[in-house]
Every structure is written in structure tokens, then in C-alpha cells.
Design a protein around this ligand. Structure first.
Ligand code: SAM
Length: 371
């Protein structure tokens, strides 16, 4: 599948009513309910398995240390692209112009499903943008998920709000195959080059965790693109991670900071979560005032890594799966053998639990106003 969007017209809309059995990787409905979150470090006292543990810093603290010191041993590996994976037991997107490097296969999807549960637990809700909940009860409502992968978020929303029409867009080559599994209508599209939808199509546009694929310089244009396809009065919800681990040990520092330095060199925004509000505020300027985002609301929540109950366990599993997925290039960047890398990951896991490490996720939602 090519990435020439001029050749792509939105496919016919299929109302999102399909049998549940079509979705092989669905999760039990109870998992989408907000659960008691012992780990909401931003708004409640942290669990303290070790009474001598230091108090948790506020979520807004600056980077604990600079990534400038990270040693990147192999420049080629820093710019690794999926097209370089010759072993090919993993599936990737085929968009030459996209620097996104994570796979798009079932193995990756099981990580994304796990991550989805973690985020719903962490934020205590699936729809963090509370004003849109009323809109989601209506039949005329259209919802879009940008970077939808196999449609986990879309299908979870559908299970609560049956009425809207659900759409997803992604650069993954496997979309046609996934489309059969999701309850939504999923099409190919690259948000960096323009979404394959008319202006003012959707009432609610969602985008989650694209910080490894959206260059820093393109974030304002991406937010403007989400606003373009949103109707006047509609809402946008975005959720991103700051690539910073707090209270880290030496192995976690080496792993996390090398990865952050690699992303930084590739031009990505390693503080995408923190910067979302700023990007949203730029929409008014870039549109010459014809489009602006209002009622901008930010919620930043710290997530424990390997401690603090289920949510911490899930975050550690998610992180371990992600760093093992990146074994194709991260050991080279660090100048480590594969065996030494495995040992480092093992030590990283123990350290996170010992140190009560955590990271911050930020969700920002806003209403789109068009003149
Ligand atoms: C980390 S996954 C997150 C998936 C999903 N949003 C979730 O939260 O479960 C990032 C997804 O964004 C997609 N993606 C990356 N760059 C993209 C782009 N430029 N346009 C559209 N989708 C993109 C990837 O193919 C992948 O499915």
C-alpha cells in the first residue's frame, strides 16, 4: 500500500455494528470501567511499600538529568528504519517517509492491549474528555482514532457508546486485515501528510501515543490536522508520554536515556506529553485565527513502574516488551551484545521495583472552534 494520499478517498462508511466474535483480541468489558487506582501519584498519596521511601516529586519536575551525556555508539542504528529489518519475523509499516519504528503485528498488538488496560486504570476512565460523553450517546456522532492500530480503543469505546459511527486511520500495512477485526472502519492514512477525510467530519477525534513517530517540528501541524477534520464544537483528546523515568537506577538510566537520546536525534519530541497544550495553542496562529482550540484541559498522571499494584505491574510489562522489541537496534546503539542487553533489561526491571520508579502520562482535551 502506498502513501500517496491523493489516491486515497475515504472508504464508504460502515456503521460500527459488527458481531463481537469478529474481534479476536477483545478484552472483557469490565476492564474498561474505571478502577481504583492506587498509583495516581499526581492526585493521591503514593503507596509506600517501603516506609523509608522518599516522597514522590510533583509530576511537573524538570528532567532529572540531561540526555546529552548518553553515548550513542552506532549512528546507523540511531536512524534504524523498519525497512532495514532483514530477519523479518516481525511486520512493520511500509511508509519510507515515516520514522515510526515499532512493529504492526499481533505480538505488538498484545503489548498495545496491555498498555490500553494500564492507561484506562491510570486515568480511571476511557473517555477522559468528559464533555464529549453526552455527544457520544447520539446516533449522528462520528468518532475518529488517529494511529488506531488494531482498533483497541475504538472497540472499547463502542462497547460503552453503541450509537456513533467509528473510524480509525493508521500507516500500518496490515490495516485491511485488521479492519475485519475491529468494530470500526479503518483506513490507511499518514497524519504527517494529511488525513484522508474531509474538513469538519468528526465530532470527536482521539490520538494516543504517537510520540515515537511524530517529529517535534510536525506536532503543531498534526494537531491542526486533527482540528481540521473535527466539526465546529467537536472535541479532540490526545494522550502522550514524556520519555523520562523518575527515581531511576543506573541500568534504567542507561536504557531510558539512550532511548530518549536516540528519539531526540531522530527529531522526536521526548516531552510530547508536557508540550501538548503548547501545540494546541499554536492552532489559532497557524490557521490565522479561523480555527482555535478552547476549553483546553490537561491531566498529567504519574504511573509507577513495577510497583504500586496492577497498574505498575502492567507498566513494567509494557516497558519490558517495548525494550525487547527494540532489540533490533538498541543494543547496537549502546554498544552491547544481545546477551549484555538482556542482562541490562533484567536489572532495569529489578531496579524500577526497588527504587519505586515512575513516569508521567499526559492527556489533554480541547474543543474546536471554527469561525
Ligand atoms: C504506539 S502505537 C499506539 C496505538 C494506539 N493509538 C493505542 O494507543 O493503542 C502507535 C500507532 O500509531 C501508528 N502511526 C505511527 N505514525 C503514524 C502516522 N504518521 N500516521 C498514522 N498512524 C501512525 C502506528 O502504526 C501505531 O499503530
Amino acid at each position: 500500500m502506498g502513501n500517496d494520499l491523493s489516491k486515497l478517498s475515504p472508504k464508504g462508511v460502515i456503521h460500527a455494528i459488527r458481531t463481537r466474535s469478529q474481534r479476536k483480541t477483545q478484552t472483557p468489558p469490565q476492564s474498561i470501567k474505571a478502577q481504583s487506582v492506587t498509583s495516581n501519584l499526581a492526585s493521591s498519596p503514593a503507596p509506600t511499600p517501603n516506609p523509608a521511601s522518599t516522597p514522590l516529586p510533583p509530576v511537573s519536575v524538570a528532567r532529572p538529568s540531561a540526555i546529552d551525556g548518553a553515548v550513542l555508539n552506532d549512528e546507523d542504528a540511531v536512524y534504524w528504519h523498519p525497512s532495514q529489518d532483514e530477519s523479518s519475523d516481525r511486520e512493520y509499516h511500509k511508509v519510507e517517509t515515516s520514522d515510526y519504528f515499532l512493529p504492526s503485528d499481533m505480538q505488538e498488538q498484545s503489548r498495545l492491549d496491555l498498555q490500553h488496560h494500564m492507561l484506562v486504570m491510570l486515568f480511571k476512565d476511557l473517555i477522559i474528555c468528559t464533555p464529549v460523553k453526552q455527544i457520544l450517546t447520539k446516533k449522528s456522532t462520528k468518532v475518529l482514532d488517529v494511529g488506531c492500530a488494531m482498533g483497541t480503543w475504538l472497540d472499547a469505546v463502542y462497547r460503552i457508546y453503541l450509537n456513533p459511527e467509528y473510524h480509525g486511520v493508521d500507516i500500518a500495512d496490515e490495516l485491511n486485515q485488521w479492519d475485519k477485526m475491529s468494530l470500526a472502519k479503518c483506513v490507511f492514512g499518514n497524519v504527517l501528510e494529511g488525513l484522508p477525510y474531509e474538513d469538519n467530519t468528526f465530532n470527536f477525534v482521539h490520538q494516543r501515543l504517537l510520540f515515537t513517530g511524530v517529529p517535534k517540528a510536525k506536532w503543531p501541524a498534526v494537531v491542526a490536522e486533527l482540528a481540521r477534520v473535527t466539526k465546529h464544537g467537536g472535541w479532540i483528546q490526545m494522550l502522550e508520554y514524556d520519555m523520562v523515568t523518575y527515581r531511576q537506577g543506573p541500568s534504567s538510566k542507561m536504557l531510558g536515556e539512550t532511548f530518549a537520546a536516540m528519539l531526540d536525534k531522530r527529531g522526536m519530541d521526548i516531552r510530547a506529553g508536557t508540550n501538548l497544550v503548547g501545540y494546541m495553542n499554536e492552532v489559532a496562529t497557524s490557521s490565522g485565527g479561523s480555527v482555535r482550540l478552547t476549553n483546553i484541559t490537561q491531566k498529567t498522571v504519574s504511573c509507577p513502574l513495577g510497583w504500586g499494584g496492577k497498574v505498575g505491574e502492567l507498566f513494567l510489562q509494557d516497558s519490558e516488551k517495548a525494550v525487547m522489541t527494540m532489540k533490533t537496534f538498541l543494543p547496537k546503539i549502546m554498544g552491547l551484545s544481545n546477551e549484555a542487553y538482556d542482562d541490562l533489561v533484567g536489572e532495569f526491571k529489578s531496579e524500577c521495583v526497588r527504587n519505586q520508579s515512575f513516569g508521567n502520562f499526559t492527556c489533554v482535551y480541547a474543543q474546536v472552534i471554527k469561525n
